[in-house]
Design a protein around this ligand. Structure first.
Ligand code: SF4
Length: 237
């Protein structure tokens, strides 16, 4: 597994390689089962049913690190955070921040473009119950590491959307930047900031899931504040 991500010479090649991955039997079975048994509202659509690559600028200064594609969102449309409620909240905020050319994200060919920003997931296939196992996270980690490695020349800030993404950053720090994870590990919190010389700043943000946005735990103002801070940290003013 480790050799295939390393062999990808650019982000397009990496994305193509990710899309062919079948390293986790449970994930492969689940993503394909969901694709075969579509939700009624999407019965006329062909589901992607494969791993979902990163999306956005190849010279991004801001990275948004999520959990995993949603079963009927990214796993349906083939683009991360596209076609689900989490994405509705996220892309509207990115548009308000001037980091996206439009506030909506509904399909791979909807014209959406990100500015200075790339979105990628800690694991690339939709997990059952939206909960990847630690083993699956570790198996998928080399894809994340290679994506960050390819972005390394420009990447200045990583916004971790939730505690799972926050925890996925420490092995990335070691693999890409050669920096040992701090001990004890800094705890995830909304607004938490961590950095070490040579690595991008890590900024915590509650995940944009419905559990958080429908309950008011994460409001649009809170998300705007995080993105504004990320822009400042990345030197975008
Ligand atoms: S979760 Fe990651 S490692 Fe596992 S099959 Fe999907 S892309 Fe491959």
């Amino acid at each position: 597994m480790a050799k295939r991500p390393a062999a990808a010479r650019g982000l397009p090649a990496l994305g193509a390689a990710i899309c062919r991955c079948r390293a986790c039997p449970r994930r492969v079975a689940w993503r394909e089962e969901v694709a075969a048994n579509r939700r009624a509202a999407f019965a006329d659509q062909e589901y992607w049913g494969r791993p979902v690559p990163g999306f956005g600028a190849s010279d991004a200064v801001i990275g948004l690190l999520g959990l995993a594609p949603a079963a009927h969102g990214g796993n349906r449309t083939g683009r991360i955070f596209t076609g689900d409620r989490s994405g509705d909240v996220l892309f509207a905020a990115l548009h308000r921040a001037g980091l996206a050319n439009q506030p909506t994200s509904v399909s791979r060919d909807d014209g959406l473009e990100l500015r200075h920003t790339r979105i990628f997931a800690s694991v690339r296939c939709a997990p059952p119950a939206n909960k990847p196992t630690p083993e699956e996270r570790d198996t998928c980690a080399p894809w994340l590491h290679r994506e960050v490695e390819l972005l390394r020349p420009t990447l200045r800030v990583v916004v971790a959307l939730g505690a799972f993404a926050w925890s996925a950053w420490w092995p990335t720090l070691q693999a890409v930047y050669g920096l040992a994870a701090p001990s004890p590990r800094p705890k995830f919190a909304h607004g938490a900031l961590w950095f070490a010389g040579g690595a991008p700043r890590l900024l915590g943000c509650y995940h944009v899931s419905q559990q958080n946005t429908f309950t008011g735990r994460l409001t649009p103002d809170m998300l705007d504040e995080v993105l504004s801070r990320a822009k400042t940290l990345a030197g975008l003013g």
